[in-house]
Ligand binder design. Structure first.
Ligand SMILES: Cc1ncc(COP(=O)(O)O)c(C=O)c1O
Length: 501
């Protein structure tokens, strides 16, 4: 890493160090009291690995940090020296010191390999957080689309902004949610991925900074890296507490990102739900900084518990859609196989997005658009989503129960919605667990895939896609994988980078 891209103030770092869970210290301590410099170095190292301070963040000068922590400057100097020796800090005279991850720490990129078909029967694949099609609604939706198709057969079939009937139906849903919306404010896309790809094409360029939740959805992070964006991670507060608004304000002020990408509802991978107050303050901060806020609502409809009250959508605080671009998808609420997503924004922004999208993807398939429109118009959507929620809730409760039985020292906070559980693997490497799991017939994505620069090594993500005996078997295989890792019986080779969704 040649330079720093964000900065952590002395008081902010002192606050983060003091707020560390005392159990974290046990991960590093060996029973005897550690010298002060060692505790400080371990604390900073954990903050980097947990994604609570980003990689390439400038740390405060030794004297400032010593003052904020009430320790001697020698202690801070020795801690920085230890971090440098371990690869967690880089320094250059005149530029200060900034955080790093040691060479060899698994980075989240590389190619993806789908699960080999022959492995389908025996491997429990926990890579994709997506459920099978809800029948009979899929069949009914396609039948509805077939009935409407003759109306479109005489047209050329290219609708880069989306079929008018679907744009209208989607606009009506926002209006029903309390945010008046016209069809001109909607563009239909090829999944939420297609929506974010078009937004990146229009709004970012090589070297442009994009602030993201840390952790965040792996495929979107990769899409943004591919677009040349420089990702600036902003840690979520712990235990599903939502967004850390002071940290976001600081990043927007210091890094001046062109764009920020956030998941407010049942965030992937943590399941976090941002509060209404955080939403209001995030929109204010973005508007003040001139940062475009891209809000991914892919998981919004997967509300699994009645509490807490659902907060208003983020776009309720910018109904005109000039500061907030909302992305939606049928993939989680209905079925990922439809590949239908959408964008809600101001009409002029939508026009620019349609133009930006047209050169790589002329539009989404007419039949699938008609199927979603028919579902929305017939009320079948609500029925299908209700089935989805029941299934995801059952699976969530099954995987939570199975983990508590088989792996009692793995920690997680149970989210009120979404499709994923973000699990701390009891001080073991998530990458090694993924690697051992692969051999034992359970496929899990490791934490660093959801981080920007090698953070979250101590995590895996588990989806709410299996229940009953399969959830129990998955937990047993993961417990076996954990035993292998704890016993040092893993090869230490890089895990195959399988498809994650
Ligand atoms: C937050 C988030 N955004 C986007 C996607 C991808 O959505 P789509 O299938 O609509 O492209 C997912 C899928 O897991 C997701 O969780």
């Amino acid at each position: 890493m040649a330079q720093w891209t964000s900065a952590v103030g002395a008081h902010q770092l002192a606050r983060l160090l003091r707020s560390q869970d005392p159990r974290d210290a046990e991960l590093t301590a060996t029973g005897r009291r550690l010298p002060a410099y060692r505790s400080l170095a371990d604390g900073v190292r954990l903050l980097v690995l947990e994604g609570r301070i980003p990689v390439a963040a400038r740390l405060p000068a030794e004297r400032e940090l010593a003052g904020a922590l009430g320790v001697s400057r020698t202690t801070v100097a020795a801690a920085y020296e230890a971090l440098r020796a371990e690869g967690f800090l880089e320094s250059r005279r005149g530029s200060g010191s900034w955080t790093a991850v040691p060479a060899g720490n698994p980075l989240p990129t590389r190619g993806l390999e789908p699960l080999p078909p022959e492995a389908g029967g025996s491997v429990i694949d926990l890579g994709c957080a997506a459920l099978p099609a809800p029948e009979p609604w899929l069949t009914r939706a396609v039948q509805g689309a077939m009935a409407d198709l003759p109306l479109y057969a005489h047209t050329h079939g290219d609708y880069p902004a989306g079929l008018p009937v679907l744009r209208q139906a989607l606009a009506d849903r926002y209006t029903a949610r309390g945010i008046p919306t016209m069809p001109e404010q909607i563009m239909v896309t090829t999944g939420a991925m297609g929506a974010v790809a078009a937004i990146c094409k229009l709004c970012t360029g090589p070297g442009e900074r994009v602030a993201v939740d840390s952790p965040s959805y792996a495929n979107i992070l990769q899409l943004m890296r591919d677009a040349g964006a420089r990702l600036v991670p902003v840690a979520l507060t712990e235990r599903l507490g939502g967004w850390d608004i002071p940290a976001w304000r600081q990043v927007m002020r210091d890094a001046a990102p062109r764009m920020a990408y956030v998941v407010a509802d049942f965030h992937n991978p943590t399941g976090t739900l941002a509060t209404e107050d955080q939403r209001r303050r995030m929109v204010d901060a973005a508007r003040a900084a001139g940062t475009l806020l891209v809000v991914d609502e892919t998981m919004t409809e997967l509300r699994l518990d009645d509490d807490p009250e659902p907060p208003r959508p983020v776009c309720a605080f910018d109904p005109a859609g000039s500061s907030v671009i909302t992305v939606g998808s049928a993939s989680k609420a209905f079925w990922a196989g439809m590949r239908i997503g959408w964008v809600r924004a101001a009409p002029d922004l939508i026009r620019s997005l349609v133009a930006a999208r047209a050169y790589s993807d002329l539009g989404s398939p007419v039949l699938e658009q008609l199927a979603i429109a028919s579902l929305l118009e017939s009320g079948g959507w609500e029925e299908a989503v209700a089935i989805r929620r029941d299934e995801a809730r059952r699976n969530r409760d099954a995987i939570v129960g199975a983990l508590r039985r088989a792996l009692p020292d793995w920690e997680f906070t149970v989210p009120h919605g979404g499709l994923t559980l973000w699990v701390r693997t009891g001080g073991l490497s998530g990458s090694r667990i993924a690697e051992a799991g692969e051999r034992l017939g359970v496929r899990v994505p490791s934490g660093p895939r959801f981080g920007v620069d090698g953070a979250f090594e101590g995590y895996v993500r588990l989806p709410f896609t299996v229940g009953g005996a399969v959830a129990e078997e998955a937990a047993d295989r993961l417990a076996n994988a954990a035993r292998l890792v704890a016993g040092g019986h893993t090869a230490g080779v890089e895990t195959v980078r399988t498809l994650v969704a």
